[in-house]
Ligand binder design. Structure first.
Ligand SMILES: [Zn+2]
Length: 323
């Protein structure tokens, strides 16, 4: 019975789908459709991670580990077999639903001028960036209808946190950013709580698979900070979604020696700077070169750019950053 259930789970979750949902991208193709890329499990500089999509198996020539999607989940999330199974079960139920919701929200963005105006006001105006971050908009009052029409049961929408217990769309008047296994919703109305996540994990560092190959990385607190930096040409930026890193995010940051620029908020109560200081100490203990970027008082990277700062000026701040 258990063997059958496991076989079925593996059949339902092709390894390549799972890898790609965790931001893995192949860098080259070999014979018989096999793919190579950077290993998500160790500090990899040249692609040593081999994936056979037909057999749904992987092997890493760098760290010598390999196996099926369950083995991958165990290693990636650093959990034991039963927990890996339950994470995969959860992901299988959630992934198509979140994907569908994110697609729907993306369609809504350009139908709602208030959302586009909000993005503009937060310094986001490049269509390339909107595409890169797959930014959408939740107007409210229409996601539930759309997803139930597609055949998703109401109970599943409620379990995922997309619809409230009483049946309303959970995200209303929010700009939406898809994450690894969640959706972040930023309210565009000042009367609602600004930040919302769906229940469950926020996931790892934002866009980490694209960023980890850089020897110098800029870490910011929020996705709007990420957005303006990326737009200004700093593609080595990543985001921890808050100034406290999860253990998983911390391990990602330490997966290879690199210089980390901490561009946390310069908020007046000093919490961003305190967090940056303690993180810098921990990173240095792990052999990373951590530097704190001093933004003008009261600024975060987003406000720095929206109030007229430019890439050159930010580059100066990076060069002045202290250990
Ligand atoms: Zn490896």
């Amino acid at each position: 019975m258990i063997c059958q259930a496991i076989a079925k789970l593996k059949q339902q979750i092709p390894l390549l789908d799972y890898l790609q949902a965790h931001d893995w991208q192949p860098t080259g193709q070999l014979s018989r459709g096999r793919l190579m890329g950077l290993c998500p499990l160790h500090a990899d500089h040249k692609p040593s991670f081999l994936v056979d999509p037909h057999k749904s198996l992987f092997y890493c020539y760098g760290c010598g580990r390999g196996g099926d999607v369950i083995r991958f989940a165990e290693l990636y999330h650093q959990v034991k077999f039963p927990r890996a199974l339950s994470l995969l079960h959860q992901w299988r139920g959630l992934a198509p639903l979140l994907h569908e919701a994110a697609d729907f929200y993306r369609m809504q963005l350009h139908r709602h001028s208030e959302a586009v105006a909000y993005l503009y006001q937060r310094g986001i105006h490049s269509p390339e960036l909107v595409e890169h971050m797959q930014i959408g908009y939740a107007p409210g009052g229409c996601l539930r209808g759309w997803l139930t029409q597609l055949g998703y049961p109401l109970q599943a929408l409620q379990q995922a946190g997309l619809v409230t217990a009483v049946g309303y769309d959970a995200y209303t008047h929010r700009v939406v950013f898809p994450l690894e296994a969640n959706l972040y919703g930023r309210s565009i109305s000042p009367s609602a709580p600004p930040h919302r996540f769906l229940p469950g994990t926020k996931g790892g560092l934002y866009a980490w698979q694209q960023v980890r190959r850089y020897t110098e990385v800029i870490l910011v607190e929020g996705l709007f900070d990420y957005a303006v930096l990326w737009q200004a040409g700093f593609h080595n930026v990543t985001c921890s979604l808050g100034n406290h890193l999860s253990l998983h995010q911390y391990r990602q940051l330490c997966d290879s020696p690199r210089t980390v620029y901490l561009a946390f908020d310069g908020d007046t109560n000093g919490s961003g700077q305190k967090a940056a200081q303690s993180l810098a100490c921990r990173l240095r203990e792990q052999g990373s070169d951590a530097r704190r970027v001093s933004l003008p008082a009261g600024h975060d990277p987003n406000s720095f750019f929206t109030r007229g700062g430019n890439a050159q000026q930010f580059q100066c701040l990076l060069e002045e950053a202290r250990a």
